[in-house]
Structure formats: structure tokens, C-alpha cells
Design a protein around this ligand. Structure first.
Ligand code: NAG
Ligand code: NAG
Ligand code: NAG
Length: 327
């Protein structure tokens, strides 16, 4: 068994169920910080203010957070829930060793080292949003699930290989996503993990590229080295530093129109990255073990999502932005 989870004692919480008309995609496994606990993981993109980089400001605040144990050199299943797939896009999976609790909160200097990059098809290959076909773990509207990493118009799941050289111990696993359609946004969910079977050495991790932060609003000024910039409409971003490991699930695309604050370090779509061991073209990929076979996080406490009555939808946005209660 590659992945198992440790669950500390759950606490009862008051359930305030409210159906969500549409809900943004959120990583559900490994289970993010504050998935079901105050101050609640946020489904909206990073806004640089209330929901800052990194991790929407969410970190270890409650012992009932589920920590996922992952083995260096082994793949970890990553799953999502929600309906607002925004036509998919590109995403990066990364690891940080910077203590989320350092200095009493998230450290804006945290380094998120890219272990895997997906160009296109993340977390869906879809024209726009997905149809509401069920209820997710947060009592959210949930789209159909592909059950693999290649279905269309459904939420995909991925097996992300963890490099053998990762340092053992507690770490933070992050999923950052740049949606293809709609507002030009960056999403990030972070989950506590414990890495085993790796090394005691940080040198190879240090050599990995940091994640791409384009679309992070300029209002957040405390991220060292980040020069605010945006991607364009309809763009499947071709990440500037995708790292060695990843796959091209859909060809990158250039923006329909170049925004004035375009992220100029993004390579043109014609330059297709080459990843070590990417056999996407051959259609080959390790057989997925159904996620239901992994030791799934046991639901803890209760669910407490509500929608603001006004929907909290910025003008010109693509789909409603549900907001979690208690944020
Ligand atoms: C914040 O992260 C940076 C980058 O890794 C690190 O150098 C620094 O020590 C961290 N700060 C704290 C208070 O842990
Ligand atoms: C992946 O899932 C989709 C939708 O569930 C299905 O149609 C397709 O056949 C699956 N592909 C593989 C390779 O299993
Ligand atoms: C090891 C294990 O539990 N395998 C099960 C995985 O799930 C399939 C169907 O979902 C079962 O048939 C297996 O027994």
C-alpha cells in the first residue's frame, strides 16, 4: 500500500448544509488543510488578500487535519471535487518543507519545489464547466469523475510520482492550477503530508524549479521575486520552468489576446516541453488503482459550506464563486 492516512480524533462540528449551484474545483486527496475545519479551505482562487499565497493562508490549525503518508519513489493519487473546471488548464504539483506555522502563519517566502507538471487536461479536459452530477465531500456540487487521467468532460485523477530523493519528514504538498477558460486565476490547495522512504538530503530538492505564480494578484506584495503578471484567455499555459518530470496531456496554447501585464517568461505554445519518461504520446500510463482502494481519508466532523446569497461573483467572471463559511 503506497498511501495511507493517519487520522487524529475528529471533533464534532455543526453541520450547515446548503446545496451549491456550482463549485470550484478543489483538491480532495491528499486532503487539504482545513478541509472540514475552521477556518475552512477556500474554493476560490488565490486573491492575494484574504486568501493569500501560499495555500490561501491555510495551514495547520487543528489536529483533526488528515496527514497523508507518502513514499518517496512511489506514486500518490491526487483527486479533486467540484464542477467549475474552467476548461481545464495546466497545473503543478509541488512540495514545501517550510513550516506553515513558522512565525505564526504561512511564510510568504516558502519555496514550493515542483515535482510534477501537467500541461493541459488538468484537472479536466472540458469545454467549460462540468455538469453537476453529484455531491462531493464538502456537500458541494460535484462533476462526473473519470476514474482515470484521460476521460473528457469529467474530473480526472492522477498518480503523481514522488521522487525518491525527497527528504523524509513532514512536508506540504501543493497543487497549483492555472485555468484555461474564464478569469485568469491561480488556484492553490495544500495538504499536510509525511514523506517516508526518501532521503535525509535536501540538495536534489533544492535543484527543482519553483512553481509558477502568474495570475497571483498584484495586491499581494510580500512574495519574494514575484513580478505580478497575467495569462490570457483560452490559454493552456506552457510553464516557464516545468521541471524534468511531467506530462503533456493537451498541447499548450497561446493566449487569444496578450494582456498588457502578460507573463513574458511563458514560452510560446510551439515549444513543447519534453519530460523525462513522458509517454503520453503512446497513451501509456501506470494502471490506476481505483482511489476507493487507497486508504481514503475518513470523513471527520461535519461539513459546513454555505453560499453567500449574493454568490460573491466578480463581474465578468466565469461561473459562481462559492465561499466557505468561517473565512
Ligand atoms: C520562510 O521560508 C524561507 C524559504 O525557504 C526560509 O529561508 C525561512 O527560514 C522561512 N522562515 C521561517 C520563519 O521559517
Ligand atoms: C477513462 O475514463 C473515461 C470516462 O470515465 C472512459 O470513457 C475511458 O474509457 C477511460 N479510459 C481509460 C484508458 O480507461
Ligand atoms: C485490495 C483491494 O481492496 N482491492 C479491491 C479494489 O477495488 C475493487 C473494486 O472496486 C475490488 O474488486 C478489489 O478487491
Amino acid at each position: 500500500m503506497v498511501v495511507k492516512t493517519t487520522v487524529s480524533v475528529a471533533l464534532a462540528a455543526i453541520a450547515l448544509f446548503a446545496p451549491l449551484a456550482s463549485s470550484h474545483i478543489i483538491m480532495s486527496l491528499p486532503q487539504p488543510y482545513n478541509f472540514k475545519t475552521d477556518p475552512f479551505v477556500q474554493k476560490d482562487p488565490l486573491d492575494g488578500d484574504s486568501f493569500k499565497f501560499p495555500c490561501q493562508g491555510r495551514g495547520h490549525t487543528v489536529d483533526s487535519d488528515i496527514t497523508t503518508v507518502v513514499a518517496g519513489g512511489a506514486p500518490m493519487p491526487v483527486t479533486f471535487t467540484g464542477t467549475a473546471a474552467h476548461g481545464g488548464g495546466s497545473c503543478q504539483f509541488s512540495v514545501s518543507y517550510d513550516d506553515p506555522q513558522a512565525a505564526g502563519g504561512w511564510n510568504a517566502s516558502s519555496k514550493f519545489k515542483t515535482i510534477y507538471t501537467l500541461i493541459g487536461g488538468c484537472p479536466a479536459s472540458s469545454a467549460g464547466n462540468l455538469k453537476d452530477s453529484g455531491t462531493g465531500a464538502l456537500d458541494n456540487a460535484d462533476g462526473p469523475h473519470c476514474g482515470n487521467d484521460s476521460g473528457k468532460e469529467c474530473i480526472r485523477e492522477f498518480l503523481i510520482p514522488f521522487p525518491k530523493f525527497l527528504k523524509n519528514g513532514p512536508a506540504v504538498f501543493s497543487w497549483t492550477w492555472h485555468n484555461r477558460v474564464g478569469n485568469h486565476e491561480i488556484y492553490q490547495n495544500c495538504a499536510p503530508i509525511i514523506i517516508t522512504g526518501g532521503t535525509e538530503d535536501e540538495s536534489e530538492i533544492e535543484a527543482l524549479p519553483e512553481i509558477f505564480l502568474g495570475n497571483l494578484p498584484a495586491v499581494q506584495t510580500d512574495v519574494p521575486g514575484y513580478k505580478p503578471c497575467h495569462l490570457g484567455q483560452g490559454q493552456t499555459v506552457n510553464y516557464p520552468n516545468p521541471g524534468k518530470y511531467g506530462r503533456v496531456l493537451e498541447p499548450p496554447t497561446d493566449p487569444e489576446a496578450i494582456p498588457s501585464d502578460y507573463c513574458s517568461d511563458v514560452p510560446p505554445a510551439s515549444v513543447i516541453p519534453k519530460f523525462v519518461g513522458d509517454d503520453s504520446a503512446a497513451g501509456a500510463f501506470p494502471t490506476m488503482t481505483p482511489v476507493s482502494n487507497m486508504t481514503n481519508p475518513t470523513p471527520i466532523g461535519s461539513v459546513f459550506l454555505t453560499l453567500p446569497t449574493d454568490g460573491g461573483i466578480p463581474a465578468g467572471d466565469y461561473g459562481p464563486h462559492p465561499t466557505t463559511k468561517g473565512t
